[in-house]
Unconditional design. Sequence first.
Length: 297
Amino acid sequence: MKVRFLALSLALGASLQAREVIPGVVSFDEPAGFIGSGGFHDSGDNPFELSQTITQYLSKGNSSDSFQQFDIGLGVFGYEIGNGKAVTYKKLSPDELKKEVMNVWSHASRAPNSLVIKDGVVSGRKAYIATEQVPAPRFRRGAIFWKEAYFIPIDENRGVTLSLTADSEERLDGLRELVKRVKIPADAHFVVHPTSGEKKQQQVVYNLAIITAAGGQALQMRGGAKITLPEIRKAFAAELAKAAPAEAETLKAIVAALAKVTPVDGEDYEQLVYEKGKPLRVSTKSFGEVEYPPKPR
């Protein structure tokens, strides 16, 4: 059965064109049988690590009986918010970066008992790979989502991320064929260590990312399609007040992060309205309008 499915996956995988997902860093031979969308943000992305999904591909055959999703993005580690809401940057050694990536995966895992982390290779580069199986009863009774995450280091603290999700091991194997279509040049590099001005702009992006991620979760908790930052804070405060001890620490961290969303360059977050599926924009004194998720370059 697995061989037959892989053959079907390869047949559907006839290349349409190479897409430059992150200019100068990663391109992807887009497959037939999948629908791609750019500038996509998932409320599950981790704003606290400045990670984001750049491009998402969904199988045209997705239904309640079959599901495949393939995401390409970037991940940044080593940035923290300190006193005065200042962004603190710490250069991580290769070993420290690997440890940090694995820590993030372990804390984010929805099924830690099934989590397996190993080393691998993507486009000739070393990669860290995490696989887990997560129950998905909302998708289909008895369904299990097979998830696989990749982090491919490029520059200090920064790398390319891949995310694979399928509702069976066979369909996950089909998505692994798409990993082979990811191309990263040997001389690929992201932007160098940010200047003080860039750090301030990153702080604005960071704030928008927190609002976006928390807003998506708040709407899931209370329903609706729009929500303001004050309403997001109230929603999480209310959730924390009734949370079980096992959930309280995570909610405390989110409430604390939301409390730190304050202006750094004249922006007004209190009047922003997060709307499901739409980017957030805020005006600044030095950088004009800043948007999250950023528009594809």
